[in-house]
Design a binder for this molecule. Structure first.
Ligand SMILES: NC(=O)c1ccc[n+]([C@@H]2O[C@H](COP(=O)([O-])OP(=O)(O)OC[C@H]3O[C@@H](n4cnc5c(N)ncnc54)[C@H](O)[C@@H]3O)[C@@H](O)[C@H]2O)c1
Length: 255
């Protein structure tokens, strides 16, 4: 356990976590289990989930569920399985997301629909299904947006639009849930070193040199653990006054 994983803010907490098979979601699973959480981990990548389970401190507190959340039926089924396992959902952490470039020349709207299915409709469906099981006053909804929501990402209008829609959803949902005192936090990573961004083939046809200029502080992207630490804070009681506003972790690239 590293120095910054020394807290137990999640003792007794039950977390529904998507995207736990890789990158930021995997680091979040490791972090939350280390802090005492019981995690229902969802991903479309069965092997990725199994690897995550090997990495957590206590595998007995992480249940893996394979589902392609891009279909409403699968998202509804995953939510049902999660409630059956956890009973109540103290924190819903939506981390799963996908990236596909969408240059406007020859744009296929199917790419937009695909991006919106996983980046917007999946978390919206999970919110609808799981909110009845989120406790008033202490429950937290975390939605992983992106700096792409508010900062130019050439060649990625579809991804940016899906994340922008998710950010808007989160802001309004926070007001809708205010009477229940459930917090809603849109977490916006900047560049983070994960397969999502490190797989260069994804960026065929667009000028990636632009992105290299978005890491001003250290000249390199952040680490998944940096985001996991922020997500753990946002979902814990330490984040009690963080609600309905973009929680941006970008190493200063928005400056
Ligand atoms: N890495 C970055 O630079 C960066 C920047 C901004 C936002 N984000 C967001 O952070 C989140 C995590 O991304 P990451 O960088 O860890 O990427 P990643 O590719 O390492 O992990 C994403 C995970 O989501 C899962 N997933 C994707 N589509 C799915 C689907 N239809 N059903 C179920 N699971 C699905 C993948 O299998 C994968 O395990 C995403 O929402 C991403 O958009 C990442």
């Amino acid at each position: 356990m590293t120095e910054r994983q020394s807290m137990n803010r999640y003792d007794g907490k039950r977390v529904f976590l998507t995207g736990a098979g890789s990158g930021i979601g995997r680091a979040t699973a490791v972090r939350l289990v280390a802090e005492g959480a019981t995690v229902f981990a969802v991903d479309r990548d069965t092997e990725g989930l199994a690897t995550t389970r090997e990495l957590v401190d206590d595998p007995a507190r992480l249940t893996c569920h394979t589902a392609d959340l891009a279909t409403e039926d699968a998202a509804v089924a995953a939510a049902g399985a999660g409630v059956a396992e956890l009973g109540q959902v103290d924190v819903l952490a939506n981390v799963a997301g996908a990236l596909r470039t969408t240059p406007m020349t020859g744009l296929d709207l199917g790419d937009y629909r695909w991006l919106f299915a996983i980046n917007l409709f999946a978390p919206v469906t999970l919110c609808r299904e799981l909110l009845p099981h989120v406790p008033d006053r202490t429950g937290v909804i975390l939605l992983t947006t992106s700096t792409a929501a508010t900062k130019a990402h050439p060649g990625m209008t579809g991804y940016a639009a899906s994340k922008g829609a998710l950010l808007s959803f989160a802001v309004s949902l926070s007001a809708e849930l205010a009477p229940r005192r459930i917090r809603v936090v849109p977490v916006s990573p900047g560049g983070v070193a994960t397969p999502l961004t490190m797989d260069k083939e994804r960026f065929d046809g667009i000028d990636v040199s632009w992105y290299a200029r978005t890491y001003p502080l250290w000249g390199k992207p952040g680490e998944p653990e940096d985001l996991a630490a922020a997500i753990a804070f946002a979902g814990s009681a330490d984040g009690a006054y963080l609600n309905g506003t973009e929680f941006r972790l970008d190493g200063g690239s928005h400056v």
